[in-house]
Design a protein. Structure first.
Length: 260
């Protein structure tokens, strides 16, 4: 699988990434259990489909409801779509997600002969990613989440939280396009292999708790000392800067969790 045209980070971006990694790890410490990703690759693939446009709290609830309603993936694949949609209703977009999950399971069965993706365990990263991105609705980000969490590979998924945070902190400019393979590859290359998993976890948690899509909580952000707040609403930016000027929020960087 050939790589896309090389994505070039602007001058200073790598330094910003390193500083952001330090700050977020100091604040969160990579709480992997909070994300509830799955050890089984097919479980993880379905979990990613369910995660679309929902938060972690609802995602965990909808996963539990789906798994308690159907004993295994074969029953999900053979159940009426309306029953699958009803089981995942709490997560929103239930009809769309039910159809996607059905197609995903059917394609996995056709490719492997069973409702499993364990064949990936014997593939290298490149072939496993190629296999995964040929499955319905699995992007580079989704494929790399499966590789990272289910297969223990040192990849760096760029999800919506990561993309949003990197734009606000100035690592990416406002014209960056999420759906470009080169961007995903370039950002992965910019993060050291040993830090990819922890940094990804911290970015997801930060995006869910603080750097929210519409109303980010910049005044209490642990990365505020390095963040130019690009694209943040003016009122939130003004309030955060006022707090900073008053000295009410000091940021300390601890390196105790991050090793060079």
């Amino acid at each position: 699988m050939g790589r896309a045209i090389q994505f070039r980070l602007h001058r200073g971006a790598r330094s910003a990434i390193e500083q952001l990694d330090l700050l977020l790890d100091d604040a969160y410490g990579a709480p992997e259990a909070d994300l509830d990703n799955k050890d089984d690759p097919l479980d993880e693939a379905v979990y990613i489909v369910l995660s679309f446009q929902t938060n972690l709290e609802r995602l965990k609830l909808v996963w539990e409801k789906l798994r308690s309603t159907f004993p295994d993936w074969e029953h999900v694949a053979k159940a009426p779509l309306c029953h699958v949609a009803e089981a995942i209703r709490i997560g929103g977009l239930q009809e769309q997600k039910a159809r996607t999950i059905r197609k995903l399971l059917e394609t996995a069965k056709e490719a492997t002969g069973t409702y499993s993706l364990d064949v990936l365990r014997d593939m290298d990263n490149e072939n496993a990613e190629r296999f995964l991105t040929r499955l319905p609705s699995l992007s580079w980000k989704a494929a790399r989440c499966v590789l990272l969490y289910s297969l223990g590979r040192d990849v760096f998924p760029v999800d919506g939280n990561t993309f949003r945070i990197f734009k606000r902190v100035g690592v990416l400019d406002g014209k960056s396009v999420y759906r470009r393979r080169g961007l995903h590859d370039g950002l992965q290359d910019a993060v050291g292999a040993a830090r990819r998993k922890a940094f990804h976890i911290n970015l997801v948690v930060h995006g869910q708790r603080t750097c929210l899509p519409r109303r980010p909580r910049c005044s209490i952000c642990t990365a505020r000392s390095i963040c130019p707040m690009c694209g943040v609403p003016a009122d939130i930016m003004s309030h955060a800067r006022a707090d900073s000027n008053s000295g009410s929020h000091a940021v300390q960087i601890s390196r105790k969790r991050v090793h060079a």
